[in-house]
Design a binder for this molecule. Structure first.
Ligand code: FES
Ligand SMILES: [Fe+2]
Length: 373
């Protein structure tokens, strides 16, 4: 197991000491931030079109010469890992006459991607490798017909990209050491599923920025494991990092024992703008938010485990964890609460929502969003 970062240890120390000192004031967020279509467009133009976005875990493409289409961000994208292992994001569009290159949304494993229309073929670094009847394109230089590439970085077991050629990835790369501590780059992708949630994307982020609801909304699932309202958090650039403790295990712990801390503490990372990583003691869930409208978001949930299950027993174990988190805690509880929030806010009953002192992570998140609008 890799060593923890100083930041991870500091959150653990605060948790064992019973949480960080709470700030004292209540604050508010305008209801329109969740319901106004103009606000949605502004977020798309000024945030999602500009900053680095997580598109998936490295484990989505575990081998060289793999690619997977991705459509949630409004353009047909293709995430590819080339022969040398480098991951890049391309537009999933053939350079001949603009046909979608790879259909569906499942990973494909092949040394070349072949357009279904006239069979132009591309290697997984995006280069045009060959075209049938090449003599019919006199003087065509294949070097001018590579797939359109978007800026991409793979760091700490995540693949980030941006629609903006000038995007700065330093704040994404700054998270690398934390994710290395969880061995993120070596995880196995067990399951993935895209949820279509009738709620503003920020309502889902909000649900992963406070632990106030854990004993209430999650009373039938994971609530009883955690200490009520005890959490700690800090920031890494625009991103947030928080920790909640398992009551029974925290009591007995030595603050420097990383495997023991991993067993007692659930770390959560809120990656700006719309990604959440939840690090349970033995597996992780990565959730990528893809806003579609003010009142609709696609959320892709990836479950990452340390290694591929070798036995039926191991597979059953992970299937139960997947069903508990993805189907139970997320879909039936957090995402449902977000959809109910959208229904209520759309009614116009509230001009603004109210945040207590256990909800300051939400305040910080909305400040970061608003600072960019
Ligand atoms: S459009 Fe792709 S080969 Fe013609
Ligand atoms: Fe929750």
């Amino acid at each position: 197991m890799n060593a923890p970062t100083l930041g991870q240890l500091e959150l653990a120390r605060q948790l064992i000491a019973d949480g960080a000192p709470a700030p004292s004031a209540i604050t508010h967020v305008d209801a329109a931030a969740y319901t106004d279509p103009a606000r949605h467009r502004a977020e798309q133009e000024r945030i999602f079109a500009r900053v680095p976005l997580v598109i998936g875990p490295s484990a989505l493409l575990p081998e060289p010469n793999m690619a997977v289409p991705h459509d949630g961000f409004g353009k047909p994208l293709l995430i590819a890992r080339d022969r040398d292992g480098t991951a890049q994001v391309f537009l999933n569009v053939c350079r001949h006459r603009g046909t979608r290159l790879v259909e569906g949304n499942e990973p494909v494993c092949a040394p070349r991607l072949i357009c279904p229309y006239h069979a132009w073929s591309y290697t997984l670094d995006g280069k045009l490798a060959a075209l049938p009847r090449a003599e019919s394109f006199p003087e065509l230089d294949k070097a001018d017909f590579a797939l359109k590439r978007l800026p991409t970085r793979e760091a700490g077991g995540l693949i980030w990209f941006s629609f903006d050629e000038a995007a700065d990835f330093s704040e994404a790369e700054a998270l690398g050491p934390d994710f290395e501590a969880f061995a993120m780059p070596r995880q196995h992708l067990f399951r993935r599923r895209t949820h279509d949630v009738p709620a503003n994307w920020k309502l889902i982020m909000d649900a992963f920025l406070e632990s106030y609801h854990v004993q209430r909304l999650h009373a039938a699932t994971i609530g009883p494991f955690f200490k009520d309202g005890v959490n700690t958090a800090d920031t890494i650039g625009p991103h947030q990092r928080s920790a909640v403790g398992r009551a029974a295990a925290l009591a007995a712990i030595d603050g420097a024992d990383w495997p023991a801390l991993r067993g007692a503490i659930t770390y959560t990372y809120q990656l700006f703008p719309g990604t959440v990583l939840i690090v349970s003691p033995d597996y992780m869930n990565l959730m990528v938010m893809m806003p579609q409208a003010a009142d609709r978001v696609l959320v892709e949930d990836f479950m990452l485990i340390p290694e591929a299950p070798a036995t039926d027993k191991a597979r059953d174990h992970w299937e139960r964890s997947w069903a508990l988190l993805d189907g139970g805690v997320f879909a039936a509880e957090d995402f449902r609460a977000a959809a109910l929030g959208q229904q209520g806010l759309e009614s116009g009953a509230l001009d603004r929502i109210t945040l207590g002192t256990l909800e300051t992570g939400i305040r910080k998140f909305h400040d970061a969003v608003e600072a960019r609008l």
